[in-house]
Write a protein that binds this ligand. Sequence first.
Ligand code: GLA
Length: 393
Amino acid sequence: MKHLKRDFLQLFGGKEEDIRIFFAPGRVNLIGEHTDYNGGHVLPCALHIGTYALVRETADSSIRLYSKNFPEAGIITVAQQNLSFNEQHGWANYPKGIIAAMQQIQPLNSGLEIMYYGNIPNGAGLSSSASIELVTAVLLNELFDVKLDMIELVKLSQKVENEYIGVSCGIMDQFAVGLGKKGHAILLNCQTLEYRHLPVDMTDCSIVIANTNKRRGLADSAYNECRATCEAALLKLKQHINIASLCDLTNEQFDQYKTVLSPLEQKRVHHVVSENERTKQAVTTLEKGDLLQFGELMRKSHLSLRDDYEVTGMELDTLVEAAWKHKGTIGARMTGAGFGGCTVNIVWNEHIDSFIAEVGREYKSKIGYEASFYVVKIGDGAGEILAEKETIV
Ligand code: GLA
């Protein structure tokens, strides 16, 4: 934290006392994949890694943005009146989008200097974008006393991602980043936004994230396509049955009406309905402390994402299959949108080292390049880091 403050002062000058520090985590989803935009349940948790934002108000009205992760971009200076999306601004479009959305609610009454630093691997599907969105939304909310509650900030951030950035994501990532709680997963009903925190007992095991390091490629357009297929299927089903979203379908209703769908739509909807069911079952197993059964549901989730939803691919399948073979694995599956990105694994603590070595070796030999591994902790959602807590971070 001291280093970040020193860097901020070197960059922008001024006094240390004027700097405020905010943090928003990344997230990992334990189960409930591609259910959020279908009105279903998800079970993500916030991570201890995320995005820091150091900020100071200034006397003029311009906004100066800098990211320690993209030093080559330098300080990006924008006027409050000119915050439209600009390809050349790269990463800075995320905070710009949030500032533009906040200004619609309440005009800012000062300029800003913000320095960001994120320790979430970029583009790995651990929600680095939701993290920078939420850290910016929270800091503006606090600095300018906008008085939005966290759910409103989450919705605003999702809207920016959908409309300003142009990715039609659901609400899971922003929700987990905003409302995460240390040591807990969040069960969220994405239709009603009802949620509750569930303790995750990690005494003898840990969450190990494995990154395929696959280049993102066309992930965003493939994601948008999945969503479009689900929307088309919903429209067809609505002509026969009164449902608001695909996750309103029971298994029996799916069997009864699936013939109105194309073969591809049938597979996609089958995943959505079964994944929503698995997520509800996963909550029961977690509450009973039955981690082995939880792991079995993670396995089924991956198979369904591989065979029905078709969003895994060689890299994710290789990592997950290697994990399933390892004796230290309680559960393993792909997490996030898919097509690359990461797997989430629950691993007995005593086997973590050999898990990383063996799964890593198998991946390298099949895929030709290395995977990366992160042993993570479940952290809190977005907020200000107050002076007395600084030493903890
Ligand atoms: C991405 C999206 C989320 C969700 C997941 C899949 O992370 O941002 O909204 O749809 O994919 O579960």
